[in-house]
Design a protein around this ligand. Structure first.
Ligand SMILES: [Zn+2]
Length: 327
């Protein structure tokens, strides 16, 4: 379906500077002067979005395993996102793209990969033949690259969540350091996946994205995620509380992008019950994919190897490394 997405920024002169990127899958173009970041946007015109880069030559992601549970929650539909110009998702900050229908949810998990809890989340999703987006922290991906690979191999979408979970609005950081947090997060997750680029999806720590970084992500053709519904699972005292908060909000809102953390034990414990209840109450899970993977920047690919003192294992296939010379 032909469609448009608009980014609206207010200048200090009260003019409206509108950037329109073609190709998003829903047709919504609304002026939203109340967007949090629009109030403080820099007055100069935003740089024109660059054309979306061609998909990197990497093997297609493995499909989710065949479903053996006839009563599973499953996946209602899959949407592909053209991230040209950096569309924003999640009504807490970005209200242009209202693509979910009533009783549709997107499951998102932040701050992994992490030992025990991420594998427990993967099992719960597999048991219900369903999926989510994992916004991984770069450093955590370098600690547990095997778990990052498991998330990818199970067919889930992987986005990024900075290098070290730094607050991008902190006055201690300048804009170059903020960009470095974003870029090293991407490079680290790519390293953890053995050179496979993650999706062009980004979520800022604590949903704090200064306007300059929203603009920057747009120039990098990376979609930015807020959420519709925060589980506040990091505050929960037990698994039941995670479930209760989600369903209280979901009952009211009827749909939404749900923010959870695969980093947290209570979330891992709660997920089987949450998924079963989503099924019982007639909700459908929507899978989100980015049309093209994110393109990491070479200087940050090198920087993370140095910073994390990571081994530089060759990514070449075995046939190009090992050759039989005698039978
Ligand atoms: Zn986080």
């Amino acid at each position: 379906m032909a469609a448009i997405w608009s980014r609206v920024r207010t200048t200090k002169f009260g003019n409206i500077d509108m950037r329109v990127a073609a190709g998003i899958f829903v047709a919504v173009a609304l002026c939203a002067p109340t967007l949090a970041w629009s109030q403080t946007a820099a007055p100069q015109a935003a740089p024109a979005p660059q054309a979306a880069p061609a998909a990197a030559t990497q093997p297609p992601q493995p499909a989710r395993a065949a479903c053996n549970n006839p009563n599973a929650l499953g996946v209602g539909r899959t949407v592909e996102i053209d991230t040209t110009g950096g569309p924003g998702f999640g009504f807490e900050h970005f209200k242009e793209l209202d693509f979910l229908k009533d009783h549709e949810v997107v499951l998102t998990f932040d701050d992994g990969p992490w030992t025990e809890n991420t594998p427990a989340i993967l099992k719960a999703l597999a048991d219900q033949c369903t999926t989510g987006i994992f916004f991984e922290i770069g450093k955590h991906a370098t600690y547990y690259p095997e778990i990052a690979k498991q998330v990818y191999a199970a067919g889930h979408t992987i986005g990024t969540h900075t290098w070290s979970h730094a607050d991008l609005t902190s006055k201690k950081l300048n804009d170059d350091q903020r960009k470095e947090e974003i870029e090293k997060g991407i490079s680290a997750v790519k390293w953890a996946l053995g050179g496979i680029s993650p999706s062009a999806f980004f979520r800022a720590p604590d949903l704090r994205h200064p306007p300059e970084m929203v603009t920057y992500l747009g120039t990098r053709n990376i979609a930015i995620f807020s959420c519709d519904l925060d589980s506040f699972d990091f505050k929960a005292r037990n698994a039941k509380q995670v479930e209760d908060v989600i369903f209280k909000k979901l009952t009211k809102q009827g749909k939404g992008i749900i923010l959870m953390h695969d980093f947290h034990k209570h979330t891992a414990e709660a997920l089987p019950a949450i998924l079963a209840r989503l099924k019982a109450e007639g909700y459908k899970v929507v899978a989100m994919r980015s049309k093209a993977p994110v393109q990491s920047l070479p200087q940050y690919d090198e920087a993370i190897l140095k910073d994390a003192k990571l081994p530089t294992l060759s990514q070449r296939p075995v046939s190009s490394v090992v050759t039989d010379v005698t039978q």
